[in-house]
Design a protein. Structure first.
Lengths: 397, 376
């Protein structure tokens, strides 16, 4: 007989490796990302004296000479510490053009040893005579900031501290987010429409045929995503198989070849294909548990096939429909690789923007904020599903 | 009453609800799981298909309900061939073996379903649902889901649902198979009561011979897709026409032997050392193998000489007192499991294990049936 305490310890020891693995590979990055979306110490660490002297500035006009002296010394210091690029980049995001102002000023200030600093700086670049520059410094100097989230929903904080929408031409994330939701909904619907009959067929076929069909559904799963996506390019491009076929049967003229790839159509087609198994499998597992007897019973009670389906079969598949839809929708709103490969410029989704900010613009804070919004959206969906259907009725394959 | 009197021949044409005529069924195109099935069911009759597992009972029911179509032959309901009629138009109430209650609907909705698809208005639906629940004595359970009911209650709901749209014909496929013994017996009487009250025609399937005996007007005994005998319970018991029926219904002693002489309705059969006289049921000639069937309660131990047409010597091997009768197991006619039941009326003559006795039975209680090689 093992003591209960020891047994508990053994159970813990058994799950420990997985726990550690999840902690390191999943929870920790997620937490880091969420922290990064609201916490940015770069400017605060590099320009502490400047920020301190700006404390007394009322925001009207220009700050006093002490601020100019502080920024001058700290710019030179930052250049030596090689943090200048990061600082300049951050300030530049708030007030574009400041990147070059900062780097040029830091370079020129090497030779200046004494004040008046304000004159020296204004001589280097007249941006230093613009209060907006100082607002940008003060804004980026906050360690904890909602700036990235505001950015992510196309808002900004005005110099007077109030929050307002971005000017029309700079609103990109909300429309993109909306587009992502719509596209994901369309893909989910397509997967449901295509997957439901297939799942039904498999679930009620004789065992051997069912296994074969199930394998066919799963084959794409075992094929590299890149291969599958490339295959779609071969099929859908202007000189591709589908267009050739349409032209040869005369459905479209040779000059009227359809643009089905490198745009939203391409993204939707390829993603529907990629995500279809995630719809079919939960549906299949739910449908398989529904005995054929129910349909027989409905028929013997006088129901037409359509009535039997709508009143008896469909309601019983709802947990599968919910699970499949939730799964496909959640995967779709975060999908990155397929839109990146076949989406062209019009078929990009929010995750491609996240990738852009991670890899190209290096605005990780904004990338993290976009990711945070996606995460919140997914959790909200999950809770909604729980309220409406009950998560315990979720049936995943 | 004989089988012929109760059987289809006597039924007037208008009196007939269901007719099977030469019905064959094969699923794979090679083996017939139902072969040359003929049965006429009168209105209001309770007919049971009885047979061991795999004998084709469900298949016959499914053909009648329209979920399977016959490979050959004709099925008629109310004189009309139903070949082209889909299940929903056959007007048949069906009770499935595992109930097939819709799990996502309440009891009330389950019962209202056949009424809704028939377009009845809410008021009428409500009234009929209530009446059906009364019939099966489940008032007040409308709002439960099937999952919240006991097995017996689910069974009642299934019956109520099959009756609520007032079909003329109700099929039940082993409806009591999942219930425990005492509940089974209670439900048997419930179903009989409902059958009497509504005067519907019922085709019932079971592999339990006792259940078939309790409930049925007539029983069709099936073996491997072939009808062995169709008759009322008493006739099946008293006058089995096939060795399989004699074995399947109730207990009997079975002796294998060879026909020696034939004399009209009677014949003489040699079983080892004895010669036994029997009713000639099977169409046998001298030299043919036959199986003799004798009910244990028709056997007398140490009878008055000359009363019985058959008398043989036996050695008592075992005695068991079972309350209403004494069960005697003995060596007789070359068998070690020859059974006699002595009713507990006047005591039993002081028989002891090891005694050598004489046992006897009348010629008419001994039936010479077709020879059955295997007793499976
Ligand atoms: N859908 C089917 N496809 C192929 N063979 C079938 C099918 N249904 C039944 N059979 C076969 O037909 C024969 C008769 O089956 P059926 O179900 O009618 O027997 P049953 O008398 O109802 O048996 P049970 O008492 O076990 O329910 C069996 O050998 C069975 O294997
Ligand atoms: Mg059966």
């Amino acid at each position: 007989m093992i003591a209960p305490g020891r047994e508990r310890f053994r159970a813990l020891a058994l799950v420990l490796p997985l726990l550690v693995f999840i902690l390191i590979t999943f929870i920790a990055p997620l937490a880091t990302m969420l922290v990064r979306s609201v916490h940015d110490p770069v400017v605060a660490d590099a320009l502490p004296a400047t920020l301190a002297s700006l404390d007394g500035w009322d925001g009207e006009g220009l700050p006093d000479e002490a601020a100019y002296e502080a920024i001058a010394r700290e710019l030179v210091q930052a250049r030596e510490d090689r943090t200048l690029g990061q600082v300049a980049g951050r300030v530049n995001r708030v007030q574009s053009g400041l990147r070059s102002v900062f780097t040029r000023s830091a370079r020129s200030l090497r030779d200046v040893t004494e004040g008046p600093w304000r004159d020296a700086l204004e001589e280097i670049d007249e941006a230093w005579a613009d209060p907006a520059t100082w607002h940008a410094i003060r804004a980026t100097g906050q360690r904890f900031t909602g700036r990235h989230y505001l950015n992510a929903v196309d808002m900004q904080r005005l110099p007077d501290g109030s929050v307002a929408r971005q000017p029309e031409e700079r609103r990109i994330y909300l429309p993109l987010l909306w587009r992502t939701l719509v596209v994901s909904a369309v893909i989910t619907l397509l997967c449901l429409l295509l997957g439901y009959p297939v799942a039904h067929l498999i679930a009620h076929a004789p065992e051997r045929r069912a296994n074969l069909l199930l394998a066919l559904v799963l084959v794409p799963f075992w094929t590299s995503l890149l291969v599958r996506t490339t295959a779609w390019i071969v099929l859908l491009q202007t000189q591709g198989v589908v267009n050739d076929l349409l032209v040869s049967i005369g459905l479209v003229g040779d000059d009227g070849r359809l643009a089905m790839i490198y745009n939203m159509t391409g993204t939707i087609i390829a993603m529907t294909h990629v995500l279809l198994p995630f719809m079919v499998l939960p549906l299949y597992s739910v449908m398989r548990a529904i005995p054929g007897q129910y349909m027989n019973a409905a028929a013997s009670l006088g129901a037409r096939p359509a009535q039997a389906f709508l009143r008896v079969y469909w309601p019983q598949t709802l947990p599968g429909v919910g699970a499949g839809s939730l799964l496909v929708f959640i995967l779709a709103i975060g999908y990155y690789i397929t839109p990146a490969l076949v989406g062209g410029s019009s078929g990009q989704l929010i995750s491609n923007m996240v990738a852009y900010h991670m890899q190209t613009s290096l605005n990780w804070g904004l990338a993290a904020a976009l990711g945070g919004i996606l995460l919140a959206g997914v959790l909200a969906l999950y809770l909604l599903y729980d309220r409406l259907v009950g998560i315990e009725r979720l049936s995943l394959g | 009453m004989t089988a012929a009197e109760a059987g289809p021949v006597a039924a007037a044409e208008s009196d007939v609800r269901v007719e099977f005529e030469g019905v064959d069924k094969s699923y794979d195109g090679r083996t017939l799981v139902v072969e040359d099935f003929n049965l006429t069911i009168r209105k209001g009759e309770f007919v049971t298909l009885l047979g061991p597992s795999g004998s084709g009972k469900t298949t016959i029911l499914m053909m009648l309900a329209g979920f399977q179509s016959p490979t050959a032959g004709t099925i008629r309901i109310d004189g009309r061939s139903v070949e082209e009629l889909p299940p929903r138009k056959r007007g048949i109430g069906m009770v499935f073996q595992n109930y097939a209650l819709f799990p996502h609907m309440t009891v009330g909705r389950n019962l209202a379903f056949p009424l809704e698809v028939r377009g009845l208005n809410a008021e009428e639906r409500q009234e009929r649902v209530e009446r059906a629940l009364q019939l099966v004595r489940l008032e007040g359970l409308e709002d439960r889901r099937p999952g919240q009911l006991s097995g017996g209650q689910q069974q009642r709901v299934a019956i109520a649902r099959a009756l609520v749209f007032e079909p003329d014909l109700v099929l039940m496929d082993e409806p009591l198979g999942a219930l425990d013994r005492s509940l089974r017996e209670e439900m048997q009487y419930e179903i009989r009561r409902i059958h009497r009250e509504l005067a519907v025609t019922v085709v019932y399937v079971t592999h339990d011979q006792q259940e078939a005996m309790v409930m049925s007007d007539r029983i069709a005994v099936l073996k491997k897709g072939v009808v062995e005998q169709i008759a009322p319970p008493e006739a099946l018991y008293e006058e089995p026409e096939r060795a399989f029926v004699a074995r399947f219904i109730g207990e009997n002693n079975r002796l294998h032997g060879r026909v020696v002489t034939v004399d009209g309705d009677l014949c003489e059969v040699e079983t080892g050392r004895e010669r036994i006289r029997a009713l000639r049921i099977a169409d046998c000639e001298p030299g043919d193998q036959v199986t003799l069937s004798i009910r244990p309660e028709r056997i007398a131990v140490n009878p008055e000489p000359g009363v019985y047409g058959n008398q043989v010597g036996a050695t008592i091997r075992d005695l068991a007192f079972l309350g209403d009768h004494l069960r005697v197991r003995m060596d007789a006619c070359g068998r070690e499991d020859f059974i006699a039941k002595i009713p507990n009326i006047v005591g039993h003559g002081g028989i002891l294990v090891g005694d050598t006795v004489r046992v006897g039975w009348t010629v008419t209680d001994c039936r010479a049936l077709n020879h059955e090689e295997k007793e499976d």
